[in-house]
Design a protein around this ligand. Structure first.
Ligand code: NDP
Ligand code: 2IT
Length: 448
């Protein structure tokens, strides 16, 4: 069987063995599509069935999360932790609390995390977890009871050297506080390195909160710089208005770009004068409100559209920072028509395969999630480093480390693409570089 047939057969096998998990199938397909050249160069990967092994999680945990809401009603949610690959270090990846979470979603995220974490160059394996719990409209006490129940099962599976969760959609410093408190209570260990994204007063690292958004924008700067351009004066659209989106917007403005639109799951705001990031932070991060409140409070003639696609607005740079498959083929066509220069994925898998193909065919600079949003997990690894040495670094030093890491990720993706004659193809560069490091470690360990 030739390389391409073998990869196609493996893709079919993944679909057969993991029914009804379309997001997982999509994530696997995107990686396998890149790997024929590297497998051809390294027959030892094929002989060791590395690809087959990498598509099978090392461990998948599914558990009941019972809790009592404020009205005294018992609620049952489902908890997940998929420990996908520990070749390069302890499983590492966030927890997502959102009603759309199911096993397939957690597996797609965990699979992506393997290659992203490898690309970071830091000693972390790949994992992901979460729950179908919907935090929207829940009181702090309800969030606390849910988190305590979730950790009452999760604690036995995690640890500084085993598996280190962090935040993702619906999980930030508040949730991590409740989770860490319960872990500490059950285990009687102040084991700071068991979770990252912690508050600054109890073991958290400076710049972790900003890291994913900042890192995405550093990656964009590197892609533009390779073409002799930069962000100065560019108009930028950012979807979402959560953790990743807010700090991506802040960094775009620091680089002299202008963010003209952002969104949440209800709709988007267009502000031609430039999005007021402090106002977005106040509404979304502090008050946990809706982005629809922005126009009324901004009072400068900005517009709010309920529904519709934010990608119909013209921009030079598009940063999807909300959720998977939020940018479709139609959206990509609209962006290309309006002359978009660069797209970088702050969210995980936000562009559909059709959108990615359109960007590739149009020659749009495209930074895939594994590379472009790796700054968050990389800074989590720096948090683990600080926890292990009981140290705490300054903002400036931490940001410099993040920047260096993003520059290096860009360089390795860019150079790998060049080496294989795929100049400018960051998707190929990211998948191939991320995969090779994991594959070499797995080879060294034998068949396990
Ligand atoms: P947050 O919960 O802070 O924010 C999520 C944002 O996306 C909100 O504006 C939310 O709107 C919007 N959103 C969520 N789901 C949907 C949906 N189904 N349709 C439309 N909008 C939606 O999450 P993060 O900012 O942390 O995460 C955003 C993305 O970035 C995710 O893909 C995540 O996996 C990825 N990521 C996060 C990292 C991190 O460090 N946090 C690291 C790397 C990637 P609303 O408020 O209406 O729900
Ligand atoms: O998708 C991601 O990389 C994250 N949600 C961050 C994971 C982490 O462990 O910091």
């Amino acid at each position: 069987m030739n390389q391409n047939d073998a990869l196609e057969e493996l893709q079919k096998q993944v679909v057969r063995r993991n029914p009804a998990e379309p997001e997982f199938h999509q994530a696997v397909s995107e990686v396998l599509d890149s790997l024929a050249p590297v497998i051809a160069k390294h027959p030892e990967y094929k002989d060791a069935k590395l690809l087959e092994r990498i598509c099978e999680p090392e461990r998948q945990i599914i558990f009941r999360v019972p809790w009592v809401d404020d009205s005294g009603t018992v609620q049952i949610n489902r908890g997940f932790r998929v420990e996908f690959n520990s070749a390069l270090g302890p499983y590492k990846g966030g927890l997502r609390f959102h009603p759309s979470v199911n096993l397939g979603v957690v597996k797609f995220l965990g699979f992506e995390q393997i290659f992203k974490n490898s690309l970071s160059g830091l000693p972390i394996g790949g994992g992901k977890g979460g729950s179908d719990f919907d935090p929207k409209g829940r009181s702090d006490n309800e969030i606390m009871r849910f988190c305590q129940s979730f950790m009452t099962e999760l604690y036995r599976h995690i640890g500084e050297y085993t598996d280190v969760p962090a935040g993702d959609i619906g999980v930030g410093a508040r949730e991590l506080g409740f989770l860490f408190g319960q872990y500490k209570r059950i285990t009687n260990r102040y084991e700071s390195g068991v979770l990252t994204g912690k508050g600054l007063g109890w073991g958290g690292a400076r710049v972790r909160k900003e890291a994913t958004g900042y890192g995405t924008v550093y990656f964009v700067q590197e892609m533009l710089a390779a073409q002799g351009q930069d962000l100065e004066g560019k108009e930028v659209t950012v979807s979402g208005s959560g953790n990743v989106a807010i700090y991506a917007m802040e960094k775009v403005h620091q680089f002299g770009g202008k963010v003209v639109a952002c969104s949440d799951s209800g709709g988007y705001v267009y502000d031609p004068a430039g999005i007021d990031v402090d106002l977005v932070r106040q509404i979304k991060e502090i008050e946990r409100g809706r982005i629809s409140e922005y126009t009324e409070r901004r009072r400068n003639g900005s517009d709010y559209a309920a529904g519709g696609s934010i990608w119909n607005l013209p921009c030079h740079v598009a940063l999807p920072c909300a959720t998977q498959n939020e940018l479709t083929g139609d959206d990509a066509s609209a962006l290309i028509r309006s002359g978009v220069l660069a797209v970088a994925e702050g969210a995980n898998m936000p562009c559909t395969p059709e959108a990615m193909k359109l960007f590739r065919d149009a020659g749009t600079l495209f930074g895939p999630a594994k590379a472009a949003n790796a700054g968050g997990v990389a800074t989590s690894a720096l948090e683990m480093q600080q926890n292990a040495s009981r140290d705490s670094w300054s903002f400036e030093y931490s940001e410099q480390r993040l920047r260096d890491i993003m520059v290096e990720i860009h360089r390795s993706c860019f150079e790998t693409a060049e080496e294989y004659g795929r100049s400018g193809d960051y998707v190929f560069g990211a998948n191939t570089t991320g995969f090779s490091r994991v594959a070499d470690a797995m080879l060294a360990f034998g068949v396990i």
